[in-house]
Design a protein around this ligand. Sequence first.
Ligand code: NAP
Length: 424
Amino acid sequence: MKSYKVAIVGAGPAGYFAAQALQNLATNEFAFSIDMIERLPTPWGLVRSGVAPDHPKIKSVSKVFEKIANTPEFRLFANVELGSDITIDQLRERYDAVVIATGSPKGKNLGIPGEELPGSLSAATFVPWYNAHPDFKDEKFDLSSQTAVVIGAGNVAMDVARMLALEPSELDPTDTADHAIDALKESAIREVVISARRGAEHAAFTSPELRELPKLEHTNVVIEPEDISAAIVRAGDEIEKDTKSNLDAMTVIAEREPTSHERTMRFQFMATPIEIKGDGKVEEVLFRRTGGDETFSIKCGLVITAIGYESPSLEGIPFAHGKVVNDEGHVDGNLYVVGWAKRGPSGVIGTNKSDAADVMKLLVSHLDSPKDSGDLTEIITHEKVVTQLHWEQINAAEIAAGEPLGKPRKKAVSREELLNLGAL
Ligand code: NAP
């Protein structure tokens, strides 16, 4: 029986699905021992720090991750960073294969004047802040204005807009970071504009997310019927299934009887942002009507850009266009890549399953004789490695702390606090 050692860097959905694919590919002739490396003290990637806290069902995939982790040939090495604690070359020398699954944590910029003003930020900052990511816990946002603008027409823009437009007490029974619930309870924002540069027929929202909007109990959701009827005309008869499903969901919203809650989420289409203006901080966003010359502005104190992500480069790994240079997931030699770092920031969590399975099949087809050259335990010098057992302690402590509060968990926010919970 041959046993191959595979290091997976990044404990998000793509990393876990890569591990699962290897477990499924094992036969009587060969097996895999998997070492998963994660720079945070906690695993689960975007399932912990990306998925909106008011969408707890999406997070139930973490049960699958724990099942993958609870196998004898799987080890977690969290609180270990590629680039500082270990290098890619050290991994490549010791493992039969190395799989990069580090995602795309960097938000794309609009590249327009005024984007650097205080009050203008990326969803890549705002989302991890409300999800208790340790690196974003000290971010402060000015929520004192009446209006916020969210730029982008994808599910991240929708998550951000919803989080700003919900009645904040609706977040009490969720695992939203306490600092975010406190700040949102103080927020003066009552109108959130989601702004798309193209028409509704091109929106990147998915229809399940649109269909749940009318269920919001304390927020008016406004879509202008003319925006949707014009989109239907432009989309024509040979409309794709997903586009039709989106436009149907938007029609339901547009045709609803208006509600009169204190908070409003309003969609605007065909609006290209051209400048963010303000004296020392954001005061308005200037738009041009897409395809025309007309300009208009929205007064606001907060602009959040949710227009996609890119991967920051890692030393020793070839990057181009915000992702790792690869051929069907193969980088070179014994190096592979999966998830957003491979294909860019698209697709839902489940997309990573089939994607990682394809890359792992390719990896297995390239395997030769197993190496006998050590592992990362001989490289890491610090004592604060969060293993699966430590993580299970952290996880159990967070869940126990949430229970009396009616929350699925109360997240620890700082690295120190997390390590303490793990008795490290
Ligand atoms: P996305 O779905 O790719 O949407 C990005 C949006 O930004 C598009 O509407 C795009 O418009 C717009 N955009 C890009 N460049 C722009 C610019 N310069 N100016 C103005 N608008 C610009 O990305 P995402 O929202 O970050 O989501 C990433 C992936 O995660 C998606 O596959 C998404 O479905 C998934 N996700 C899923 C869930 C869920 O299932 N609940 C939640 C969050 C995220 P154009 O089309 O005009 O380029």
